[in-house]
Design a protein around this ligand. Sequence first.
Ligand SMILES: Nc1ncnc2c1ncn2[C@@H]1O[C@H](COP(=O)(O)OP(=O)(O)OP(=O)(O)O)[C@@H](O)[C@H]1O
Ligand SMILES: [Mg+2]
Length: 281
Amino acid sequence: MMERIKTGVIGLDDVLGGGFIPNSVNVLLGSAGVGKTIISFQYLLKGIEEGDKCIFISFDMGEHEVIKHTKAIGWGEIADYISEGKLSINKFYAENVSYVNNDLLNILTGESELNTRIVIDSFTPMISSLNMESRNDVNWFFNKLRELGTTLLTVEEPMNGDFGDASVTLPIFLSDTVIHLKNIGYGEAFSRGLRVIKHRGSWHAEGVFPYRILDGIGVLVEGTDLIEEEKEVVDLEEVLQEMNMKREDIPESLIRRLEKLAESGNPGARDAIMEILKKVS
Ligand SMILES: Nc1ncnc2c1ncn2[C@@H]1O[C@H](COP(=O)(O)OP(=O)(O)OP(=O)(O)O)[C@@H](O)[C@H]1O
Ligand SMILES: [Mg+2]
């Protein structure tokens, strides 16, 4: 199994099949107040715990605001991490980031170490300030981020739910992973839910998972005990026997693919293999 970058959010790693893929760009998509900034700091706190270099970029929060915001949840240690140089806080002014590769990249390149966690909270003012032409550079910028470390970008979902705007579609299409956070209702037992829209190169759990925002903990993803913990490895030989089929009857290329699926531990792999074998017999 490939090494993963732990998100620092209890339950989320289970949903993501272990965490983020190293050197990927990951998007948290959601409207105001869903917990994007809180998750961002859980991700950075986990990084500091693991000895990773952590960089926070935003357009509205400097050190003072970051310390205030995180202290309210119960993470007073953030102030120490900043002064110890374990967490770098950088406030930008969106109108100055008219081109993605200027000061911002210098900061990122200068601060990055072997294992670096980068957060841009939020990416929306940055992408909104770009003219149409320089939007092509977003892909280039994402590739740069992938070279530097593992990035978490927050993207603001328009209140009217319009996903058609380039400020939403570009990061969704160009990133590796997208997690959609939503306030589902008012006053219900589970009024918040998240789902993985995509997770390139990895299995992920399907469906909506309820989550809560708690003092001290931050975001807690629930319902993950329903995700098959014990990944079942399928014995292909045994399945073939059960279906009265012989290896020789199946094209070599398909056997190789089925073996890969059998080893994967994907939930439902056994049923899928039987389904495919039925179709070729
Ligand atoms: N200590 C706390 N206990 C419980 N809930 C909290 C606590 N602190 C914050 N929250 C919840 O978290 C929400 C804010 O989370 P956060 O700032 O991460 O949202 P966001 O998605 O970044 O929002 P924005 O788009 O405004 O930046 C609040 O609306 C509140 O519901
Ligand atoms: Mg925020």
